[in-house]
Design a protein around this ligand. Structure first.
Ligand code: PAF
Length: 282
């Protein structure tokens, strides 16, 4: 596995693959790798000739400095995992390599970012849009792989790729969960055992809401119950719990079999902010 630290090193590595007609699969990450990332890599390996992973904790997508500073880092372990699973190269740039200067470009994703993460983390998707654009321009992959756990991020990136005509296919991989349902996330590393137990509320409520919707429950009643349940748990603060169109992220308030629906949640468990979502009918 090649360890690449500069844009030029990545570009010549990828050019060589392209000259040899080897398709490139790209998995961008912020490190602290877990089984969710490994599933993305596995999918990439199954679908392309050569896989490149990037590890870069992108400062411009954090609207909260503490969240950025506390973001888990485990480079040594990450490299071991990547070596074992067998990727062709890992790109680990320094901040200066990606941001020689603070970008002045602002990307406005319009309605796509007015709800959910976009509403609670102002500027987040601007930062995601900029770094993903940079990485796609550096790697020029045939396919790039993203997790469904970040549903709104997937919607934003698909739109970015369409609006800016990036020549890449976006592949979405389902969320990976622990046996008890907790969605895998690098941020889970920051939960103590008591908090981890409380964090199960997210998936429990998503599953409850999905099954109630299927059984004809009214969304407002479901929401009322969910908010009540969250309010009963100390140190857990619900930010949003919403039924949305899974592609355009518009707010929905009833079951409709003709449109792809997902339920999305964000909540603080102690100081750790977690998100999760569940597809309802797709
Ligand atoms: O999903 C992530 O880990 C990040 O948002 C991404 C896509 C690597 C951009 O920094």
């Amino acid at each position: 596995m090649k360890i690449l630290r500069t844009k030029n090193a990545v570009k010549s590595f990828c050019l060589n693959l392209q000259l040899n007609k080897i398709t490139i699969g790209f998995v961008p990450t912020m490190g602290a790798l877990h089984q969710g990332h490994l599933d993305l890599i596995k999918k990439a390996k199954d679908n392309t000739g050569s896989v490149i992973v990037s590890i870069f904790v992108n400062p411009t997508q954090f609207n909260n400095i503490e969240d950025f500073e506390q973001y888990p880092k485990s480079l040594h372990n990450d490299l071991e995992l990547l070596e074992n699973i067998g990727v062709a190269a890992v790109f680990i740039p320094e901040n200066q390599e990606i941001y020689p200067d603070k970008p002045i470009l602002k990307i406005d994703f319009g309605l796509l970012e007015q709800r959910l993460e976009g509403a609670f983390r102002p500027g987040h998707f601007n930062g995601v849009g900029i770094v993903v654009s940079k990485l796609l321009n550096i790697v020029k992959p045939d396919k790039a792989f993203f997790g469904e756990k970040d549903l709104q991020q997937v919607a934003v990136i698909k739109r970015l790729v369409m609006d800016l005509s990036f020549d890449v296919e976006i592949v979405v991989v389902p969320t990976v969960r622990d046996k008890d349902g907790l969605a895998l996330s690098s941020r889970n590393l920051r939960l103590n055992p008591v908090e981890r137990n409380k964090a199960l509320t997210l998936f429990r409520m998503l599953s409850y809401a999905k099954s109630e919707l299927f059984n004809g429950g009214a969304w407002l009643d479901i929401l009322f119950h969910v908010k009540h349940e969250f309010s009963q748990i100390s140190d857990v603060r619900l930010e949003y719990f919403e039924l949305v169109h899974a592609e355009d992220m518009s707010k929905q308030d009833s079951f409709n079999k003709d449109i792809p629906l997902s339920i999305c949640v964000a909540a603080y468990v102690g100081k750790v902010r977690l998100i999760d979502n569940i597809p309802v009918n797709h």
